[in-house]
Design a binder for this molecule. Structure first.
Ligand SMILES: *Cc1c(COP(=O)(O)O)cnc(C)c1O
Length: 398
């Protein structure tokens, strides 16, 4: 017991997840152990959350210190680590202000609300529509699933909130065609993670940023997955030489402790004035302590640079070893957010890799995502590439 189907049959959980029959009980760095004592190499990092690896010492220490002092007081009081985390985020980004919440969906929900309120209360117009992109992913609340450019997340949830339009990714013409006198903002991921590791074209991003300025639209960049060092910069937007008006964060911000954040430019201050938005748990002492320790580690140890180097090594190895297999169509990525696009659904390959002790994640149906932590070593990358290569070889797909 404790593993496999017997547990699934008796579960009192809503069956919202197709759970792997693995029960992980301990983690350290890139390694995880299950309840049978089996060892895994983790190249999914809890969905790009554990960017510092599992149970990073400094974050653990800060959470333990905070655990001894105080857990929760509400946002009606000043929370020192919340102020500190906001200052750190502002010092290391193009933003001036931060709102804390608890997840990526909530951060995007805040961005959508902030954009609408900026137009309606600060600029005094009636714009509300947000242009998002096909194959995007922005979360599972009603507004953020509506923002998401994938039908499967919308099934059965109608009627959906109004105020979204969808453009083709990397197609500036399509964005232009969607701009009307209702348009308030454009929201995008610079790498579509859930959508299959689709990279934004630099030329497209430059033109999009200019287009937003020209039409008075806010540019919202969803960095819930790309943020916090994953792409080889602290924020993915730094690769593109743009300054978004709003940046959303969550996954990697507190090493596994739930937190979300919406970062914004100073001009948005009055859009989110006192009383206009709130979250009971947002930026509470434990989450803020974990966030401060995470961000300090990322910047002090220059982990984005490590991600860039490790990512370059992984891209080269993966291309060299995997492109010869006919099932592999492309290896693409930036930093340590890498996708291996295949000509067949990858679910059986992912399952076989789990059996052999490598944890990876699909992106869409046909892409295997490689997202190790930012401390990953070249030896660990070699090990993962060997395992993937052997699975592709043994399934006779050479
Ligand atoms: C995961 C993800 C979200 C949703 O985050 P949750 O914390 O699950 O609500 C939003 N946007 C992107 C790009 C994501 O990868």
């Amino acid at each position: 017991m404790g593993n496999g189907e017997s547990l699934a049959e008796k579960s009192a959980l809503f069956p919202t997840y197709a759970k792997h029959p693995i029960t992980l009980v301990r983690g350290e760095g890139s390694r995880l152990w299950d309840d049978q004592g089996k060892l895994y190499l983790d190249f999914m990092s809890g969905l790009a959350v554990c960017n510092l690896g599992h149970v990073p010492a400094k974050v653990k220490r800060r959470i333990q210190e905070q655990l001894d002092q105080l857990w929760h007081v509400s946002n009606l009081f000043r929370i020192p680590n919340q102020e500190k985390l906001a200052k750190l985020l502002v010092a290391n980004s193009c933003a001036d202000l931060v709102f804390f919440c608890n997840s990526g969906a909530e951060a995007n929900e805040a961005a959508i609300k902030c954009a609408r309120r900026y137009h309606q209360r600060v600029l005094g117009n009636s714009r509300y529509e947000i242009i998002t992109f096909e194959k995007s992913f922005h979360g599972r609340t009603l507004a953020t699933l509506t923002a998401t450019g994938q039908d499967k997340v919308k099934d059965g949830y109608y009627p959906l909130p109004q105020g979204f339009a969808y453009a083709a990714y990397n197609d500036i013409r399509s964005v232009k065609d969607n701009i009307t006198d209702r348009t308030a903002a454009v929201m995008l991921e610079l790498v579509q993670g859930e959508g299959g590791v689709n990279l934004a074209d630099p030329e497209f991003v430059t033109r999009l940023s200019a287009l937003c300025q020209e039409h008075g639209l806010l540019l919202i960049v969803d960095e819930v997955q790309t943020g916090l060092g994953r792409t080889g910069k602290l924020f993915a937007y730094e690769h593109f030489g743009i300054e978004p008006d709003i940046v959303t964060l969550a996954k990697g911000l507190a090493s596994g402790f739930p937190i979300g954040a919406m970062l914004g430019k100073n001009k948005l201050r009055d859009a989110f004035s006192t009383g206009s938005h709130a979250s009971t748990f947002g930026g509470a002492p434990l989450a803020a302590a974990a966030g401060v320790a995470t961000l300090e580690t990322l910047t002090e140890e220059r982990l984005p640079e490590r991600a860039e180097q490790a990512g370059a090594y992984a891209m080269q190895k993966l291309s060299e070893r995997l492109l010869p297999y006919s099932i592999v169509q492309s290896v693409r990525g930036i930093g340590l957010l890498i996708g291996i696009a295949c000509s067949e659904p990858v679910a059986p390959i992912v399952t076989e890799l789990h059996r052999r002790g490598l944890l990876v994640l699909p992106g869409g149906t046909h892409v295997i995502r490689f997202m190790p932590n930012l401390y990953v070593t070249n030896e660990e990358i070699d090990e993962a590439v060997d395992l993937l290569s052997s699975v592709l070889a043994s399934s006779n797909r050479a």
